[in-house]
Design a protein around this ligand. Sequence first.
Ligand SMILES: Cc1cc2nc3c(=O)[nH]c(=O)nc-3n(C[C@H](O)[C@H](O)[C@H](O)COP(=O)(O)OP(=O)(O)OC[C@H]3O[C@@H](n4cnc5c(N)ncnc54)[C@H](O)[C@@H]3O)c2cc1C
Length: 417
Amino acid sequence: MNQNYDAIVIGCGPAGAACSTILASKGRRVLVLEREKFPRYHIGESLIPYTYFPLERLGLIPAMKASHFPKKYSVQFVNPSGRVSEPFYFFQHLKHEAACTWQVLRSEFDQMLMDNARASGAEIREQTTARELLRADGRVTGVRAAGPDGQPADYHAPFTIDATGRDAFAVSRNGWKVRDPYLNKIAIWTYYQGAMRDPGLDEGATTVAYVEEKGWFWYIPLPDDVVSVGIVAEKDYLYNGTRDLEEIFNREVGRNAWIGKHLAPGRRTEPFRVTGEFSYRSQYCAEDGLVLIGDAFAFLDPVFSSGVFLALRSGEIAAGVIDEALSANDVSAARFDGYSSEMRQGIEAMRRLVYAFYDHNFSFGAVIREHPHLAGDLTDCLIGNLLIDFEPLFEAVGRFARVPAPLEYGTPLPAVR
Ligand SMILES: Cc1cc2nc3c(=O)[nH]c(=O)nc-3n(C[C@H](O)[C@H](O)[C@H](O)COP(=O)(O)OP(=O)(O)OC[C@H]3O[C@@H](n4cnc5c(N)ncnc54)[C@H](O)[C@@H]3O)c2cc1C
């Protein structure tokens, strides 16, 4: 085959960077097309402990340890009147240094990932936007993209990897987006400087603070005394009476005593941001010559901070499959069967927990009080150890809350016979 590259990766967020780093370090010729000029802003700042393992694979643990990112030892839950649950300290369950994770400034974290991909040998073109998938003989053969001068150019490779995040490049072009029927939320968020931090080990904790039966706030400590704070709830609830983001945010701050108290000494430093389209999955994870990774494949409500981990992990697994497929000179979608199973199993575990979280009858405390032996399984889910058997946990959770059946979507596109 007369191809310029072995693989073209669209998007250099965590998923695309992980995939391109691994492929390039195996000696594959990798082109990465990234729309933005890095460093660029991105939401998704709180990591979970199992993120350690893909970061270790990428050789980035020393850089993470040397960074100024706050260390995150736990997650804690706060009820609307301000009462704080016993924090889930990850080290109580996970006897590995991975138990201490980080709250990251995504502009810096993603730059670190991109630099690492470049250092591994990937060719990265920033300010280059993929516009079209190129096809021949019933398979994807590359990408048409426009660089900084706006001129389109065609790039060819046996594999194209869609890592475009929630832009979901291939999903929108192929009509593959399937929204989660229940997890239909929006988020409004901003940043404060000088807001209150808890002392000691809890200084870098993620706090999830409930708004009575309606939604939740995240409160994530970042470098330079900044906190990321946002509310997630049903669109109709948040937009009831006004569409002014500041008014909505302040109204909701008044509905959780802990958030109100913690923000009070701080000063808002950024405008409000908003996003919708929560929780979707692609009908297919791959077609011949194309695979979808990270948010471009599936996005899950961020309450348990699973997105960056799933993105890195999907990039890592997909890279392994692609490397083998290149050696076998076989670009068929069916090669991604195992990738699909592992990603879907992990996403479904998190998804069941997310559903339970939104069920008014559910509380972590109640489940664990009644089934103390399941505390470890629950923590495994929260830290990202997603490939264990969660049936006993979700059977117990199912007595308190609605637990959804797995979605059928996300397999490779079957070959046309
Ligand atoms: C409100 C909210 C809160 C969240 N909180 C957390 C959290 O606390 N912890 C967590 O782990 N996750 C969180 N997430 C999820 C997290 O942001 C994502 O899961 C993660 O960024 C996915 O990584 P990715 O590499 O798939 O995509 P992205 O990080 O989105 O990267 C995609 C890249 O593709 C580029 N791109 C897009 N289209 C094109 C194109 N046509 N051509 C070229 N380049 C293109 C973009 O510029 C971007 O750089 C949150 C998400 C939301 C919406």
